[in-house]
Write a protein that binds this ligand. Structure first.
Ligand SMILES: [Zn+2]
Ligand SMILES: [Zn+2]
Length: 261
C-alpha cells in the first residue's frame, strides 16, 4: 500500500491537513491498529500531535540480501518491522526519529530500482519501493516531515550519519587491501566508519563512535588512521584494546546484523 496521499497544494494547506488529521478519530484509530499489529513487544505509538502519514512495504537492503519490511511514516518518526502476517502482525519494531534523518536518492542498478538512502546518526540503510511513483511519494513525504520538524524546532539538518554498509555480496575480496579473499574461514567484517566490507587484519582496530555505540566499534585501518590523526575528533581508546577484546567480539558483525534486522 502506498503512503496515504496528502492533498497537493500550498505548504500551509498541507500543514492544516496534518493538524486536522492529528485530532481526528480516524488518525487515532489508525495508530491504534498499527500498535496492535506490533503487539506487546512494540512501543506505544499514540502521542498527542502524532499523525500517521502513510504506510507500505519497502525492500530494505540488509547485510545478506534485500528483505521486505513494513514501514509506517508518522509526522515525527519512521517505524518499521518484519512482516509476520501482512497487514496483521509485525515484529522487530524499529523507531527512527525523523528529526535526525537525511535521505538521498539511489540510482537504479539491476534489480534494485526505485531506491533511496535513509541516513541517521546511529544507522543508515537503503530501501527500495515497488515503483518510481511510490519512491517519490515516500521521499517527498519524508522530506516534508523532516523539514516541518526542523522548522518547528529551529534545528539544523543532521550533519552526521552512520555509514551505509556495503552488502556482503558486493565484495569477494577485502575492499581495503584488495588481496584477502573471503571464505567461510576468512570472514567478512564491516567498518563502522566507512561501511566497507573488510578482512579481519584490515579491521583489527576499534574506535569510539559515540553516535553508534557507547563502546568502541570496529573500524578499518584506513579510517582508524584518519580518525586518530590531528583533528580527527574523539581520542581513541588506549592501545590495550588488544586481542582479548577483539577475540571476544569476533562475531560482532553477525550478531549486530541479526539483531538489527
Ligand atoms: Zn584486507
Ligand atoms: Zn573504514
Amino acid at each position: 500500500m502506498p503512503p496515504v496521499k496528502l492533498k497537493e497544494g500550498s505548504h500551509d494547506g498541507e500543514v492544516k491537513m496534518v493538524d486536522r488529521l492529528a485530532n481526528s478519530e480516524a488518525n487515532s484509530k489508525r495508530i491504534g491498529v498499527v500498535e496492535g499489529c506490533f503487539g506487546a513487544a512494540g512501543q506505544p505509538l499514540a502521542i498527542p500531535g502524532r499523525v500517521l502519514i502513510g504506510e507500505g512495504v519497502l525492500t530494505k537492503l540488509c547485510r545478506k540480501k534485500p528483505k521486505a519490511r513494513q514501514f509506517f511514516l508518522f509526522n515525527d518518526i519512521l517505524v518499521y518491522g518484519n512482516i509476520v502476517i501482512q497487514k496483521k502482525k509485525y515484529n522487530k519494531q524499529h523507531i527512527i526519529p525523523l528529526e535526525s534523518v537525511t535521505i538521498d536518492t539511489v540510482p537504479d542498478e539491476g534489480d534494485l530500482r526505485n531506491g533511496w538512502l535513509i541516513k541517521t546518526p546511529t544507522k543508515s540503510f537503503a530501501v527500495y519501493a515497488a515503483t518510481a511513483t511510490e519512491k517519490s511519494e515516500w521521499m517527498n513525504h519524508i522530506a516534508k516531515c523532516v523539514g516541518d520538524l526542523l522548522t518547528k524546532s529551529g534545528k539544523a539538518p543532521s550533519g552526521e550519519h552512520a555509514a551505509v554498509w556495503v552488502p556482503d555480496s558486493e565484495a569477494t575480496v577485502c575492499m581495503r587491501c584488495l588481496k584477502v579473499k573471503f571464505t567461510p574461514v576468512s570472514r567478512r567484517h564491516h567498518c563502522r566508519k566507512c561501511g566497507f566490507v573488510v578482512c579481519g587484519p584490515c579491521s583489527e582496530k576499534k574506535y569510539l563512535l559515540p553516535s553508534q555505540s557507547s563502546k568502541p566499534v570496529r573500524v578499518c585501518e584506513f579510517c582508524y588512521v584518519q580518525l586518530t590523526s590531528a583533528g580527527g575528533g574523539y581520542a581513541p581508546r588506549s592501545d590495550s584494546f588488544g586481542r582479548q577484546g577483539f577475540n571476544s567480539n569476533l562475531s560482532d558483525d553477525e550478531d549486530e546484523d541479526d539483531s538489527s534486522d
